[in-house]
Design a protein around this ligand. Structure first.
Ligand SMILES: [Zn+2]
Ligand SMILES: [Zn+2]
Length: 248
């Protein structure tokens, strides 16, 4: 069995605070994850860099993006090009299909952030080509702000022919792997097969709490604003502080 966290933000997201090297180092040394997807807001640069350096760390990276569709956030996975923001859900899924990727609805029906409605997902899945690419729903988002809607998202995922996925939606290192998707096998290719055949399982390893997330995020966010980030020059070296922009 393998474990994946398919929703992780890096410093390439305006609200992300972890460098790519720190994310990979943390995932390998502190979690059970075999596969991790970097999904920055409407961005792909960090994810592509992560995919390139991942072999040094001994973990597989799926390049992705959290795309701001006109109807809410959508995870696009297995892509190597940026997906434009602002298209409709159906247009975005078809765009991702052209890139050879898969889509997962991020934190559906969540209040307080741009989230897809259950109805939008249901309607989109009526198109066979869309249903081939929009393969999953984030039944569990272990992030701080979406936990209230997880029961709705889980019920929605159970009522539809989709893979159920659990992710951390991490914006700090410390929450990576809080939500995990379990699948047969251990590689990104195995995970893709499991998503396409709707045979994934959700695992909640830990729930984010304000006392854990808020101080850690504020500290790292303010450091980043001041031009400093945590990084590691080598997979087996400890984390150190460096100038943001020069290190990753
Ligand atoms: Zn989101
Ligand atoms: Zn997110």
């Amino acid at each position: 069995m393998g474990f994946a966290d398919l929703h992780v933000h890096s410093v390439y997201s305006w609200d992300g605070t972890a460098t790519i090297s720190a994310i990979l180092n943390y995932a390998v040394t502190k979690t059970r994850l075999n596969v991790i997807a970097i999904t920055d807001h409407d961005e792909i640069t960090g994810a592509l860099h992560a995919e390139k350096i991942a072999p040094r760390y001994g973990i597989e990276v799926i390049p992705g993006s959290e795309v701001s569709t006109a109807e809410g956030h959508l995870l696009a996975l297995f892509i190597r090009e940026k997906v434009p923001a602002g298209l409709s859900l159906i247009e975005t899924v078809r765009y991702v299909e052209q890139l050879g990727g898969l889509c997962i609805a991020a934190h559906p029906m969540a209040n307080g952030s741009s989230s897809l409605s259950g109805e939008a997902i249901r309607q989109a899945l009526k198109y066979p080509d869309v249903a081939r690419t929009l393969v999953g729903i984030e039944a569990i988002n272990a992030g701080l702000f979406h936990q209230d809607s997880n029961f709705l998202a889980t019920a929605l995922a159970r009522s539809l022919p989709v893979a159920q996925v659990a992710n951390s939606d991490s914006h700090i290192l410390e929450t990576i792997g809080f939500g995990m998707t379990e699948f047969e096998g251990t590689t990104a290719a195995d995970l893709r097969r499991a998503l396409e055949s709707r045979q994934t399982r959700t695992v909640v390893h830990h729930r984010a709490t304000p006392s854990l997330v808020v101080p850690a995020w504020l500290r790292s966010f303010l450091l980043k604003k001041a031009g400093w980030v945590q990084w590691t020059p080598h997979p087996r070296q400890p984390m150190r502080l460096g100038r943001a922009g020069l290190v990753i």
